[in-house]
Design a protein around this ligand. Structure first.
Ligand code: ACO
Length: 397
């Protein structure tokens, strides 16, 4: 049921809905979720079909334009993205200002926000072409900046992007290639990387996307808005969960300690939660998690590490959650981050980069929502509050 409260705006009445559990803040044509049925559609296409037949850049086109591209449109789009993969050389100097052990998400927030200092030629938010160019620049440069964060942290030289590689291969090249040795991922790993990007591309009005829309509603430039989305994504209840899953698995350390952690997660007096379980919208299996689980099995098989001890803990946790009354009653299924963390670890990506990869993937969702906001009549977002402080009182003399 939808109750439209727009006519009441300004009349002094408003809804009180902490956490926006049942409040729609906008209309959107981009993504549809039915959390009860476990359905996720982009532009009407089921995520399972996109994961099987499409690829990340094609889904980027779909999210931005509302339709799948023709082969010619796709070629053109891929080439435009490839033309924008490099960042300004001045940007290399930014990194020297950070500690080598800085969290890469801190560097991402800073560097992506700073893109607005370089691209004055595309900051007119009322100009559709400018908005489009910003989207291309962001999709193209995010892997470059993300890989630079990693290279800086390990003291290796930055790798320039390579336009002869696919989007996923190029990212892995910038992460793991060196001037001394080329990095060539196997097709299975490159495909898995692309699937991780694709499955995280958009998820309607989650905390970070809502943040981008709200920041955008003030007329802020797109790079600043995306930086705000990255900051919101960082939290462990949102994008930080994939990192938190691995940290938790390492903390559990041994199958014999699983029961102890599960008991803590069920204890109402303990704030500990099983990371990678539960979702605000899905009260059923997250459809992305199903695809991710299959990809996870393929990657581990390809690498010959099916018997990894952390994976064994993960599989046991998954089994418990699917059988234990506490999790079943509350419909707490493994979410997409539960499996993506395991795949990323297997590919050799350090834990602190997990949320960065989520941010890279979600950038297209953020910028598509930002663009949708500016493409239709809009107003500044301004939530109300329920005041619970003291009544008016006099300053003590
Ligand atoms: N472990 C144990 N118990 C949990 C978990 C969990 N992971 N998640 C929820 N619960 C319990 C709560 O304690 C609560 O129990 P109660 O009814 O007895 O009080 C009940 O399930 C409902 O939980 P809420 O916090 O009300 O659910 P909400 O929709 O607000 O939270 C959230 C969703 C934040 C994702 C939550 O499930 C969680 O913290 N999960 C772990 C973090 C995580 O994996 N986040 C990734 C989300 S996916 C993404 O961002 C891509």
């Amino acid at each position: 049921d939808v109750v439209d409260v727009r006519p009441l705006t300004g009349s002094g009445r408003f809804t009180y809905d902490p956490g926006f559990v049942s409040t729609a803040a906008c209309e959107s044509k981009i993504t549809y979720i039915d959390g009860g049925a476990g359905v996720l559609l982009h532009g009407g296409y089921p995520i399972e079909q996109l994961a099987e037949h499409s690829d990340y850049l094609e889904v980027c086109y779909l999210l931005l334009n509302g339709e799948l591209p023709t082969p010619e449109e796709k070629d053109k789009f891929v080439n435009i993205v490839k033309n924008h993969t490099m960042v300004h050389e001045q940007m290399n100097h930014f990194f020297n200002g950070f500690r080598r052990d800085a969290h890469p998400m801190a560097i991402m927030v800073a560097c992506v926000g700073a893109l607005s200092a370089f691209y004055h030629d595309s900051l007119d938010i009322d100009n559709a072409h400018h908005r489009e160019v910003c989207a291309y620049r962001l999709v193209a440069k995010m892997p470059t900046i993300a890989a630079m964060c990693y290279k800086y942290s390990i003291g290796q030289p930055f790798q320039y992007p390579r336009n002869d590689l696919s989007y996923a291969e190029n990212f892995l090249h910038m992460m793991f290639g060196t001037p001394c040795a080329e990095y060539k991922p196997s097709p299975v790993l490159a495909k898995a990387m692309d699937k991780i990007f694709l499955l995280h591309a958009d998820h309607e009005q989650n905390a970070s996307t809502s943040t981008v829309r709200l920041a955008g509603s003030s007329g802020a430039n797109p790079f600043a808005c995306i930086a705000s989305g990255i900051a919101a994504l960082w939290g462990p209840a949102h994008g930080g969960a994939n990192e938190a899953v691995l940290t938790m698995l390492e903390e559990i350390g041994d199958e014999s300690k699983i029961e102890e952690f599960v008991a803590r997660a069920k204890d109402p007096n303990d704030s500990f939660r099983l990371m990678g379980f539960g979702h605000r919208v899905y009260r059923n299996f997250d459809p992305r998690a199903k695809v991710m689980k299959k990809t996870c099995d393929e990657v581990l098989h390809e690498l010959g590490i099916d018997d990894d001890p952390l994976l064994k803990i993960a599989k046991r946790l998954e089994q418990i959650a699917l059988e234990d009354e506490y999790f079943v009653q509350r419909k707490l299924y493994p979410n997409v981050d539960f499996y993506s963390g395991i795949i990323l670890k297997a590919i050799g990506i350090p834990t602190t980069m997990f949320t960065v990869i989520f941010a890279l993937s979600r950038t297209i969702g953020w910028i598509s929502h930002w663009n949708e906001f500016h493409s239709s009549p809009n107003k500044i977002g301004r939530p109300r509050q329920l005041y619970t402080g003291p009544s008016k009182r006099d300053y003590p003399e």
